[in-house]
Design a protein around this ligand. Structure first.
Ligand SMILES: *Cc1c(COP(=O)(O)O)cnc(C)c1O
Length: 462
């Protein structure tokens, strides 16, 4: 399997190369040169298989020669062993023909665990072969950092540093980052906001001497291996609801476009998905893009669904690449315009391409709260605010086919918002009850590149 960059001028890589590189050297994102297809018989044969076995069959062609089948199977099993539900991604019915895909049974209670747990195992396996070591540095507004620390803790060839904005993540998110005791993981409270964390991270990657010295690597959501891991639950959900004999629609709470892009790839592979519905909160750049054809950056407005508070939606570039006929040079010019002018307009053909597959909608703060309350009253389910954005948008896109809304986080990860909407304070799953008793380990650091680099140099194992 060969991977190419969306900007057309970075070297082509195999799966291991794309996973270890993350962002392509020309600034683009890696994508398979050809998406492998699964025919009806192969999809029908997934019925009744375990999550792990489905995963193996779905991702095998993307992985190519990087792992032999037996090794890949072992990595998948290790990745999902720590999940708190036998189905890994169970479906729950919340209305006539409306289902929730619960993606919050992983160790840090958000869907990010599905990708991070697997990429942790796969990276460690690739590094162990060569004896190479890497230093992963990531910036987080909460969910990605906790999932990364959980996935990489204790791994021999990886050191992990996660920057989070001091005082701006929820207590559950912070404790998930600060309570692991392994000496290869480090939670760093940066004196600044999330944008500062991302800016310093970028500075570190642009300091090429430092980058080479510590073997810097990234696991943010543009990493192809993360997208790949997320394709799997579209298959398990659709097959449970009758695919390949019946079409299914999905509504996806969306920020960086990683999760819904995995659904797009599942559809390209042949899974009978009819519509993919983009659900945004009040930070609705993607909804406005679908509605008007103009992709115009605004300012981020904080919301009760913070993991979707985003303007620059990195993975949107991947679908744009297809909408533009896979013309890397033209896409590079577009992305330059976005940086220079703060936006660009889609051509009629590009907009038609996107509208042929995607619908979109938004939920403001009041609609999000009302959906949490109404869903609780009607079904007994407590939704996290991100999932509630999805359920709100799904309601206006429900047709004759089954609709699956992705429930992206556990309500107990956002207890204040859920309690404000319902009067009920969601409780953590029992296996996590000790989170509030464990001692925390965190290092404060100034919003300063030199201080950060010194910290990484001093702490990483050599
Ligand atoms: C990351 C995240 C999202 C947004 O997913 P994208 O892949 O960035 O579109 C939605 N909900 C939760 C809880 C998240 O952590």
């Amino acid at each position: 399997m060969c991977y190419i960059s969306t900007r057309g001028s970075a070297p082509e890589l195999d799966f291991a190369g794309a996973m270890m590189t993350g962002l392509a050297r020309d600034g683009g994102l890696y994508i398979p040169r050809e998406v492998p297809r699964m025919d009806r018989a192969a999809i029908a044969a997934l019925a009744g298989l375990s999550y792990e076995e489905t995963c193996l069959r779905v991702i095998r062609p993307f992985v190519g020669d990087t792992f032999a089948e037996a090794e890949l199977r072992a990595l998948i099993e290790a990745a999902y062993r720590g999940f708190g539900h036998a189905a890994r991604a169970p479906l729950v019915q919340i209305g006539a023909n409306h289902f929730l895909l619960e993606l919050f049974h992983g160790p840090t209670l958000a869907f990010k665990d599905f990708a991070m747990a697997l990429i942790g195992q796969m990276m460690q396996a690739v590094l162990a072969r060569s004896g190479q070591r890497i230093t992963i540095v990531g910036a987080t507004s909460g969910d990605t950092g906790s999932a990364a620390i959980e996935a990489f803790r204790g791994l021999a060839n990886v050191d992990v540093f996660i920057l989070f904005p001091h005082g701006r993540v929820s207590e559950v998110q912070r404790r998930q980052m600060t309570t692991p005791t392994e000496d290869n993981v480090h939670a760093i409270a940066l004196d600044g906001d999330f944008d500062d964390c991302q800016a310093r991270l970028k500075d570190m990657f642009n300091d090429h001497a430092f980058r080479d010295e510590v073997g810097l690597a990234g696991v943010n959501s543009i990493n192809w291996a993360r997208v790949m891991a997320q394709i799997v639950y579209y298959f398990t959900a659709a097959v449970s609801l009758g695919a390949p004999h019946r079409k299914v629609n999905f509504t996806v709470p969306t920020g960086n476009f990683g999760d819904i892009f995995a659904g797009y790839i599942a559809r390209e592979m042949g899974l009978p998905i009819d519509r993919l519905v983009i659900a945004t909160n009040q930070n609705d750049i993607l909804h406005r893009t679908l509605a008007s054809g103009a992709h115009v950056l605004g300012r981020v407005t904080p919301s009760i669904s913070p993991s979707m508070d985003i303007q620059v939606s990195s993975n949107f570039e991947r679908v744009l690449f297809d909408a533009m006929g896979r013309d890397g040079a033209a896409l590079s010019a577009r992305m330059a315009a976005l940086g220079r002018d703060g936006g660009f307009s889609l051509s009629a053909a590009e907009l038609a391409f996107l509208r042929g597959i995607f619908d979109s909608g938004r939920a403001d703060e009041a609609e999000t709260r009302a959906t949490i309350a109404a869903t609780r009253a009607a079904t007994g389910e407590l939704l996290c605010p991100h999932s509630a954005v999805g359920v709100h948008v799904a309601a206006s896109h429900q047709g004759a086919q089954p609709m699956v809304t992705l429930a992206t986080a556990h309500p107990a990860k956002f207890p204040d918002a859920v309690e404000a909407a319902t009067g009920i304070r969601p409780v953590l799953p029992e296996r996590m009850a000790a989170l509030f008793d464990r001692p925390e380990r965190v290092t404060g650091v100034a919003n300063d590149l030199g201080a950060l680099e010194a910290l990484v140099r001093a702490r990483r194992r050599t």
